[in-house]
Structures are given as structure tokens and as C-alpha cells.
Design a protein. Structure first.
Length: 105
């Protein structure tokens, strides 16, 4: 099955200075990417790259029209409400990109 290049999935992690966190996050990304029919990207709230804005800007340049944004967080706390929700709303407007924020899985 061919990938739908108009749709992308973004996995957003918190970020960490621990290498094991990065390894595990990237491993999860690869597993999900193999199972879906869409391009899959990842970003971080802090400490690691790419950040949310850089990731979504890159995706927009690739011609993606719709993004499903999955925060990989255990709970909808401060980072979700203050960092992710607000930033996604702003970037959706400025990049003219349809972004569906997945609040709970």
C-alpha cells in the first residue's frame, strides 16, 4: 500500500537529556511508521530537536495538507494545555495547515 503524502502523523515527546529516552522514543516512532499509511514525523516540547514549530514547518514544505498530532504524554498537564494546545493552534493558522490535535488515545 502506498503512503498518502497529503497526510502526516506527528509524535510529540517531552524531550530529555537521557539517551535511553531518545532511543526508546525513536524506536516507538519507527514501529508506528511501519504500521501506518502516512508519513510519520516526531518532535519534542523541549530539550531535543526538532521542536514543534520546526517539525510542522518542515512538514508544510513537504506539501502535507493534514496533520494528526499525537502528544506522547501520560496526562494532559501544563505542557499539553500551555505548550502544545496553544502552539498547535497558532501554527495551524500561520502555516495554513490542518492540524488535528489528538487529546487522548
Amino acid at each position: 500500500m502506498l503512503k498518502n503524502n497529503n497526510i502526516a502523523i506527528v509524535l510529540c515527546g517531552h524531550g530529555s537529556s537521557f539517551n535511553k529516552y531518545i532511543q526508546d522514543f525513536k524506536k516507538s516512532h519507527k514501529i508506528i511508521e511501519k504500521k501506518i499509511n502516512a508519513s510519520c514525523y516526531y518532535c519534542f516540547i523541549e530539550k531535543n530537536e526538532p521542536n514543534i514549530e520546526d517539525c510542522l514547518s518542515f512538514i508544510k514544505k513537504k506539501g502535507v495538507q493534514k496533520v494528526f498530532f499525537f502528544p506522547f504524554l501520560l496526562f494532559n498537564g501544563g505542557h499539553f494545555e500551555q505548550d502544545i494546545k496553544i502552539k498547535i493552534k497558532e501554527l495551524s493558522k500561520s502555516l495554513k495547515l490542518k492540524i488535528k490535535l489528538i487529546e487522548k488515545i
